[in-house]
Design a protein around this ligand. Structure first.
Ligand code: ADP
Length: 267
């Protein structure tokens, strides 16, 4: 807290009254802390890909450089990967600031989750054949009311994280089941896991787990924040169950078709 005291005096200069001002600075300190976390996360996330792109581009463009076709291709692919990483970062920053400023505009329609999950897993297989994915989807899954594009974003973030935070060959299980009122989707991995004390904070903006292995993995701590905003805008919940060095299960729920709110703009 900040405390200031002042004295009210009469025209003759005699003290008449005292004013004590006590200001709670917790919020200001939190905002200041968030600002400095933002600057350090973003500058690190910008610097690394820029350094890689610049390094590769300048060696490839040297007039005396003699590289074989395989080396040239692998460096160009690395440049492309880093440009994608920058693109994703900028996209997530814009997304997060839109959430803060005006909430999310939703385009709610009926959604066949089983179909969406299968097509996303097929895409993941095509891109990363070494990732092992097991699907556990019952045959009669009820339809949900949801914004397809945004739920795809949530699933993509959870799948990307399951791969990113698995130091060995990623083994992922995507399960989907229905309770009385909701449909629940979960993405499990057998990766590095998350300590109990960090499990609530990882859904906050810019929060990244302090473990060295996690810090060494690229990321700006925005993906789960965006996932939570999307799921909550659908009237659902998102949560994690995890054991350090054993793996994590991220789950989210969506209301079933007949229970879902009418299409709306959520602020
Ligand atoms: P990031 O871009 O840093 O991955 P996220 O918001 O998606 O941002 O995740 C926040 C943090 O939560 C990550 O930095 C990481 O420390 C932790 N995390 C997320 N998913 C997993 C996972 N599947 N396994 C272990 N840690 C995870």
């Amino acid at each position: 807290v900040a405390v200031t005291a002042s004295c009210v005096r009469s025209v003759h200069g005699d003290p008449m009254n005292g004013i004590l001002n006590i200001r709670d600075l917790t919020r200001e300190h939190q905002q200041e802390e968030q600002r400095s976390t933002f600057i350090s996360v973003i500058s690190h996330e910008l610097q690394t890909p820029i350094a890689i792109i610049k390094g590769y581009a300048s060696t490839l463009s040297r007039t005396d450089a003699r590289f074989d076709a395989k080396t040239i291709r692998s460096r160009l692919l690395a440049i492309e990967d880093e440009a994608d990483r920058l693109n994703k970062l900028v996209g997530n920053l814009l997304y997060a600031s839109r959430i803060q400023a005006n909430g999310l505009q939703m385009d709610i329609t009926t959604l066949d989750l089983a179909h969406l999950i299968r097509s996303m897993v097929r895409r993941l297989h095509a891109k990363s054949p070494d990732v092992q994915v097991t699907l556990a989807i019952p045959p009669q899954l009820p339809v949900v009311m949801a914004d397809r594009e945004r739920i795809e974003e949530v699933l993509q973030n959870l799948l990307d994280n399951a791969v990113k935070y698995s130091p060995r060959r990623p083994e992922i299980t995507v399960a989907c089941y229905s309770t009385g009122e909701e449909v629940i989707v979960s993405v499990s991995d057998v990766g590095m896991g998350i300590a109990l004390r960090e499990q609530q904070q990882i859904f906050d903006r810019f929060h990244r787990v302090g473990e060295p292995l996690s810090q060494a993995t690229p990321g700006a701590g925005l993906g789960l924040y965006i996932c939570r905003a999307i799921v909550e805008a659908h009237g659902g919940r998102i949560w994690v169950e995890s054991t350090l060095r054993q793996g994590s299960t991220f789950s989210f729920s969506l209301p079933r078709e007949e229970k879902a709110p009418l299409p709306m703009v959520v602020f």
